[in-house]
Design a protein around this ligand. Sequence first.
Ligand code: ADP
Length: 248
Amino acid sequence: MTNRARQIKTNRAHIPKKQLVETILNITDLSKTYQSGGQPLTVLHNINFGIEAGSTAAIVGPSGSGKTTLLGLCAGLDRSSSGAVELNGIRLDSLTEDERAQVRNQYVGFIFQNFQLLPTLTALENVMVPLELRGEKNIKPRALELLDKVGLSARGHHYPAQLSGGEQQRVSLARAFSNQPKILFADEPTGNLDAETSEKVVKLLFDLNREAGTTLILVTHDLELASKTQRIIRIKGGHLVSDEKTNA
Ligand code: ADP
């Protein structure tokens, strides 16, 4: 090996792995104040963290501690009062509501505890909505494919009220997967489900992380579910009180 080649090899060996890690979500000094009965109510205080692309994380904490508010700000559903949210390199706080919606359509999936399916549309139509909004062609076969992925291709013609909670959550997963999101936020995704159904939904979420590299951020009360993620961020009274890696 020439001296030059040896030098290059040595230099490469010294590149820290960290430089190769992409941060998909970066939260800096994030605060949120609501107006509650005419009075300001600050529910998040100077939160800071970054999330690696392709990783999994859980946000945990007592009821009322600000978890849902934090998730909504991270996903661009709402706007911070101060501080910055950077998603996939885009500063959300400097965008208009329409621009935030575009970023969500492009990069974000979101799942709610109460599923939030449109009650007057069938399961299949619910999955078709975001595809239609993005102006995609051939949306019916694509929506069927997504329903098949969550094991519900035979239930496409059912309305949400005709489906069990677990089935509704699987339809909402199919809808959330439809834009092949880079990052999926799930607010208490198993909160309304029995243990067996929860397991199916959790498996689908983690499969998506493993197979497509989708970053997964969950808000959950369930510490067993939280421990399946690589990182647990604890919120109390609107403050970040700990941020620890798990063994997962
Ligand atoms: P968690 O998800 O941890 O239960 P939330 O983020 O839902 O907490 O709520 C945090 C606090 O913010 C609570 O005191 C709640 O009442 C308040 N809050 C949430 N949304 C609003 C709102 N739109 N207007 C006023 N207060 C709100």
